[in-house]
Design a protein around this ligand. Sequence first.
Ligand code: PLP
Length: 450
Amino acid sequence: MPNASHQLRCIGTGERIAPEAVSSDFRDPVTGDLYEVEYPWSETREDAAAARRPNAQALRHLWAERRDSTMPIDQSGVWRYRDLLPILQDDNNAVTLREGNTPLYDLPRTAKLLGLDFLLAKHQGMNPTGSFKDTGMTAALSVAAERGFKWVACASTGNTSAAMAAYAARAGLRAIVFIPEGKIAWGKLSQSMDYGAMSIQLKTDFDGCVKMLGEIVRKNPIYLLNSVNPYRLEGQKTPAIEICEQLDWQVPDHVIVPGGNLANGSALGKGFGELKHLGFIDRVPKISVIQASGANPLFQWFNNEEKLLHAVTAETRATAIRIGNPASWRKAAHIIETTNGWCEDVNESEIALAKAQIGAEGIGCEPASAVTLAGLKKLMSQGRVLPGERVVLLLTGHTLKDPEYTIDFHQGVLAADMPEAAGYRRPPVVLEPNESAVMKALATEMAGAL
Ligand SMILES: *Cc1c(COP(=O)(O)O)cnc(C)c1O
């Protein structure tokens, strides 16, 4: 089935180019700006009114129907919505691991603690490789495969490489990942090895990896799968659709996302914006981005007058957002401004406590995801989120991605300065193998719980 056409629009100059004409680093050769995918019906098209718009009513039914299908692309929580991301010439070229379809959990204890009526977590860590990166990777890697590339590459703090390696393996492509030496969680590095990618640990940070990779893709027929690739965002916008569908097309008041390279918040904003433009929903949620205070260039941009981004040297144990020079900052800035969202930063102890609180809900997440809850607390204390409002936290990665971090929290290494953390710590108890020792420990535990 041939698909509708799309083009790439430079977000700086507004110029459009054919998808095949884009430079290998996905930047405007003159201005260095990024591109976004634009469809005939997109809001940015002056002639959009004339273009045949997807029909919201019909699509809702079609998408619901596809849930009963046995076809892989219908079972995928990304490609099920392919009508809003017609980026492939042929849908049969989609490379899918049945990504998406992630749960929207309620967080009753945390809601009560914060005095909120309605707190939900969209758990993107429940994707095939354990992070939201799968939703973007299925989209962009399918484009690479359809265009005949044999090699794909990315620079990564870990989750992008895990996702890319898995999807490349499914498609029979070779994958090269550049990761900062010693600064990624073992769970993630082990995944790219498991899925057969070539892993190169560069003796630099993430930002150094990005630079190196840019040189390589300019000179070789290797397809770049970092989030500067605009097709990544087309996949990553689909959780916005899924959230609305899961809420029976009611729109939450706030969506809170972690900010690293800043593609995810941008993609969700694009998703909600398109749903509104096409009449699926009548308003968009406020989208707020939370950064770690050791890697907070967007937060600094948000608070300075000149409105320019200054790169920082990034340092945080939330390794997925340890990024000092975020590629998609202009896109994210636009989303925050147009949705009336906010930007905050949170410190290492606040992240660790928030992660433990999400864990105690029986859900868990990786440290970078927990900035959303830490940030929500700040937004509430500032009166930017009100008790009666409906909030969705975007949990980006699975708790098993970084077990070392979890153990460090429970051993008291993390959040040592926070008295509230004590109630969440559950270090392992080492006992002699006799009944009285075990009973004594249980009695102490029960007394503590009262
Ligand atoms: C990649 C990632 C982020 C950051 O997303 P950006 O699009 O880079 O802002 C946050 N959390 C996790 C778990 C990630 O893998």
